[in-house]
Write a protein that binds this ligand. Structure first.
Ligand code: GTP
Ligand code: MG
Length: 229
């Protein structure tokens, strides 16, 4: 199985150098980055470490996922965001799950043994919203084992699954759309617990209210499409 590791970046020069050396780069046939138009030296940093960087036509993570799949012919693709949230030690586990036959593998922040960034506080708005969207997706579409973290971007997918899902969402909702479509198609989704770390500098571009509205719209659209993926 040919493997590709894709690093997703948009202005991550503060966090990226703190994470980069921990990224296991020798276990995939190719490693490259898709960049959303960084203007802070992120691109140059990656290139100085011999990581090829591809741009994308429009901004947004949805566009980045599609650009990445168009750049590689690999059958197993893992997406990694180097802002501190994701533990590079989980990258091999994602590849292993795909090799073992999973169509999509997700590092879950919500299952037993996992840790979510907000778990240090009793006030967990992002986690609660995540769980609510997860419950909606599982109830509406899932016929397999319950998926605990339907929106996490830290995941691996097989090329075949990506092509069947044909996700067309533009921004941060792409992962949620992929999970819903994988459920509709009856694909094999495998999760394992992960520990979400804090952002190590830089800024999030996912503002809560607009992102929440896009999530609602996407859920509604998938409901209206019915069983079609
Ligand atoms: N290629 C690409 N990557 C992006 C784009 N927008 C965001 N990213 C990356 O996607 C990852 C997740 O984005 P964040 O802004 O951290 O969103 P978040 O994880 O919900 O927010 P935080 O909790 O603050 O980290 C980061 O590594 C970003 O650099 C984009 O348009 N293109
Ligand atoms: Mg983040």
């Amino acid at each position: 199985m040919k493997r590709a590791l894709v690093i997703l970046t948009f202005n991550e020069i503060e966090a990226l150098p703190k994470v980069f050396d921990r990224i296991p780069r020798d276990l995939s046939h190719e490693v490259f980055a898709v960049d959303g138009g960084s203007a802070d030296g992120t691109r140059q940093f990656l290139e100085s470490r011999r990581v090829p960087v591809f741009g994308q036509e429009r901004r947004g993570r949805g566009e980045a996922f599609r650009a990445a799949m168009a750049k590689t012919a690999a059958d197993a693709v893992v997406f990694f965001s180097p802002d501190g949230n994701e533990d590079p030690a989980d990258i091999p586990k994602l590849f292993e799950a795909l090799e073992a036959g999973a169509d999509m593998a997700i590092a879950s922040r919500m299952m037993k043994g996992a840790f979510n960034e907000e778990d240090i506080s009793w006030w967990r708005p992002r986690k609660w919203v995540n769980l609510a969207f997860g419950l909606a997706a599982n109830t509406a579409f899932n016929r397999g084992p319950f998926v605990t973290d339907t929106i996490n971007g830290f995941r691996g997918i097989s090329r075949e699954a990506f092509e069947r899902m044909a996700p067309d969402a533009a921004g941060f909702v792409i992962e949620y759309q992929m999970t819903m479509r994988a459920m509709k198609l009856g694909l094999d989704i495998v999760e394992f617990p992960t520990r979400e770390g804090p952002r190590l500098g830089g800024h999030s571009t996912a503002s809560a209210i607009p992102t929440g509205i896009v999530f609602l719209k996407t859920l509604w659209r998938e409901l209206r499409r019915g069983r079609r993926a």
